[in-house]
Each structure stands twice: as structure tokens, then as C-alpha cells.
Design a protein around this ligand. Structure first.
Ligand code: ZN
Length: 82
């Protein structure tokens, strides 16, 4: 085995490059949600820290939002391709 190179299309999303359209769209979706994120860590001193998850990052809702946004970005991308 030897190292070789090959040319491939890379998809850019969320400021990074990906080999699949889905990954790039998921990254773009994550980046969008991050701009709305209001997750917080509360410092209660000796009582310790409490992590408050925002509306956008609650597990179930986040899964739904990610699925919708990722699908939306994929459709939008494909509609710009011949
Ligand atoms: Zn959040």
C-alpha cells in the first residue's frame, strides 16, 4: 500500500469541509442553531454548577430541528445544481 491522492468534491458547511452533502448540511444547521443558542451554565458557588439547556438544544426538539434544517439545506443545495 502506498499513499495516493485523488480528486473529490468537498462540501462546505458551518465553516468546514466535508466529503458528503449531508454532513456539510448538518454542520450548517448546527452553526445556525448555535447563533440562536441560549444554553447557560449557572454558577451556584459551593452548590456547584447547573447546566441550563436552551429551547434549541433540548434533546428531542434538537433532533427534529436538525433533521428539518439539514433536509432544507440539502434541498436548497440540490435546487442550485443542474
Ligand atoms: Zn443551546
Amino acid at each position: 500500500m502506498a499513499v495516493t491522492t485523488s480528486q473529490a468534491v468537498v462540501y462546505k458547511g458551518g465553516g468546514r469541509r466535508y466529503l458528503t452533502l449531508r454532513s456539510a448540511c448538518a454542520a450548517e444547521a448546527r452553526a445556525l442553531l448555535k447563533t440562536r443558542c441560549e444554553c447557560e451554565t449557572m454558577d451556584h458557588g459551593p452548590m456547584g454548577y447547573e447546566h441550563l439547556t436552551c429551547w434549541y438544544h433540548e434533546d428531542e426538539r434538537n433532533a427534529v430541528l436538525m433533521r428539518r434544517l439539514t433536509g432544507g439545506y440539502m434541498r436548497r443545495f440540490r435546487s442550485t445544481q443542474k
